[in-house]
Write a protein that binds this ligand. Structure first.
Ligand code: ARG
Ligand code: ZN
Length: 382
């Protein structure tokens, strides 16, 4: 999201093309809406970020091979994350197992890493995913850091692994992620909303393909905060689970959680910082019966992150932020049988929020990890 969405009485941020700026300003003035230009040239910031990425990568190449290591001073690409996961599986065969839960539209593996002390037989499990939205780069970075800590620093985090398995999917939307790395920094959707109708040629003329995977889950699908217009940022897909990425995640949860072993689902987004708890499909809905517990867990995680130097995360009901149906968080709780389900909106950066400078990855992921530890500890007593 571009900061908070346009809810009456709240501030919001939007990006306009140079040619439309005058008109938008006049419109706001005519309607007495207070406004200011925050950033005159977004492209220059994007260029700067790209340049920093190149420099950081060059520095790395000169010291050690990037291929099989996690790095947190640049945003890792899909292939680098895959290589790191494979390296961990080779190095820690007793702790780690990889599973492709299916392929993305463009054919990239959606790889879940299982971190378990006893071959995936623990009575409890936590599911963490990231990158359902392409441009929110700090989210996969945070997932990779979590993996790095659990696998390569197991001794320090034994309590998190005792009696509990971790399933982590660092890139729900690998196609969109790569597209945001190479073509359009602020791409949000996936890259393949199927366009099989006779209208396809028409949409292809108008905009790039893609659906918002976080509007595509089959729970109160399309009831609020989503669009049937294929060019919209929040295009919900042609029907519930029309997208292969949401299908794969659904099928994985249904298969793995048949016995209710999954106690918690954390889906990482940016930017907030915020911790959102369900339900988010409608703000008039009766609060979930476990709302107090959902809140208290999130508050405790927030306190740990603040103690680690983070700015505070706002803990709130996701519909209070803005109602949006078809999210993976709501589906996980409402259908997937994972009662404690959270969307974590990670730190924003710069003027644009999504393009947190690479130099700030480290602070963000280490601070957030303190919160993730709290979620993990609390999941053990659920
Ligand atoms: N920024 C997220 C999105 O727009 C928030 C999702 C919150 N969850 C929900 N079910 N509304 O997708
Ligand atoms: Zn998001």
């Amino acid at each position: 999201m571009w900061s908070r969405a346009a809810v009456l009485g709240r501030e919001t941020t939007l990006m306009v093309s140079p040619s439309a700026l005058r008109r938008v300003q006049h419109h706001l003035e005519a309607h007495l809406v207070p406004h200011a230009v925050g950033e005159h040239d977004v492209q220059s910031l994007v260029d700067k970020e790209a340049q920093e990425q190149v420099q950081a990568r060059a520095r790395l190449m000169s010291t050690k091979s990037l291929q099989s290591n996690a790095t947190f001073d640049t945003y890792m690409r899909y292939d680098e994350i895959q290589a790191y996961l494979k390296q961990l599986e080779a190095d820690y065969p007793n702790l780690v197992q990889l599973q492709s839960i299916g392929k993305s539209y463009e054919g990239r593996d959606m790889t879940v890493i299982r971190v378990s002390l006893n071959g995936g037989q623990s009575p409890r499990a936590v599911l963490v995913d990231a990158g359902i939205h392409a441009r929110e780069w700090i989210a996969p970075a945070t997932a990779v850091y979590l993996i790095n800590q659990l696998v390569e620093h197991t001794a320090a985090h034994r309590n998190l692994l005792d009696g509990m398995d971790w399933y982590i999917l660092p890139l729900v939307n690998p196609d969109g992620y790569e597209y945001s790395q190479t073509k359009d920094r602020f791409w949000r959707k996936n890259r393949g909303a199927p366009r099989d109708s006779w209208l396809a040629w028409f949409w292809n003329m108008l905009c790039e393909r893609g659906a918002d995977v976080n509007r595509n889950f089959g729970f109160h699908w399309m009831e609020a905060g989503a669009s049937t217009y294929p060019c919209a940022e929040t295009f919900a897909g042609s029907k519930a689970f029309s997208e292969v990425e949401s299908q794969n995640l659904r099928d994985f949860v249904l298969a793995q959680n048949a016995d209710g072993r999954f106690k918690m689902y954390l889906t990482l987004h940016s930017y907030g910082p915020m911790i959102l708890y369900p339900y988010g499909y409608d703000y008039r809905v009766t609060p979930a019966p476990d709302t107090q517990e959902l809140k208290s867990i999130a508050e405790e995680a927030n306190a740990a992150m603040v103690a680690a130097g983070s700015v505070p995360f706002t803990v709130e009901n996701s519909a209070e932020l803005y109602p949006a149906a078809g999210g993976s968080d709501d589906w996980a709780k409402g259908v997937g049988g994972i009662a404690k389900s959270y969307t974590i909106e990670l730190h924003g950066g710069g003027r644009n929020g999504f393009d947190l400078p690479a130099s700030q990855i480290w602070d963000s992921v280490t601070q957030t990890f303190e919160g993730l530890k709290v979620f993990g500890v609390r999941a053990k007593s659920l």
